[in-house]
Write a protein that binds this ligand. Structure first.
Ligand code: NI
Length: 191
């Protein structure tokens, strides 16, 4: 068990594409995941990608622990969301496929940009595939907040941070101050 140091925006590991995991069942991958789970629990986010802990591999962990809260935030922002609770998921070598062209915009945070938030358009519905720690395939469809979290995490594997996805950088700023001017920034879900 270990809490790992989280890379912050500007570190080269966050700007480079990550490498595929050759053997998802290797013990050192399990050790990495254990440490990432500890790190995420300590930091209090909903997701974490391996490059954020300075490991350039295509591996992410995420969950949607408070689906009802996420859904309420979406409704408050005028969006529909049918996100169900998603248990902690280890997703290795993921591939995302948008299901349709529909997008919605909501506020995101990121553990690599502490204290910041921004409004980010994401595909509303996606299919994602990959493998788990046991090497078994994962193949899911997701929408709303669940889809957003997966897109955010997988962007880390391509060296992309959420500000690079933003349509209006005027909606990027310090979470504490955005609260004062915007009704529903989603600042409680850093990933
Ligand atoms: Ni992030």
């Amino acid at each position: 068990m270990a809490i790992l140091k989280i890379a912050r925006m500007g570190h080269p590991v966050l700007r480079s594409p990550a490498r595929p995991v050759e053997d998802p069942t290797a013990p050192r991958v399990a050790t990495l995941v254990d440490d990432m789970l500890d790190t995420l629990a300590d930091a209090g986010g909903v997701g974490l990608a391996a490059p954020q802990v300075h490991v350039p591999l295509r591996l992410v962990i995420f969950h949607v622990p408070a689906a009802r809260l996420a859904a309420e935030r979406y409704r408050d922002a005028g969006l529909t969301d049918d996100t169900a609770a998603v248990p902690m998921t280890v997703l290795i070598n993921p591939v995302i496929e948008p299901l349709g062209d529909e997008t919605d915009t909501a506020f995101e945070g990121c553990l690599s940009l502490p204290g910041m938030t921004g409004a980010v358009p994401r595909f509303t519905r996606i299919r994602y595939r990959g493998v788990g720690l046991d090497g078994a395939p994962i193949d899911r469809q997701a929408s709303g907040f669940h889809a957003r979290v997966v897109q955010h995490e997988c962007d880390h594997l391509d060296g992309i941070l959420y500000p690079q996805r933003m349509a209006d950088l005027g909606l990027f700023g310090y979470a504490d101050d955005m609260h004062k001017t915007l009704p529903t920034p989603e600042t409680g879900d850093p990933a």
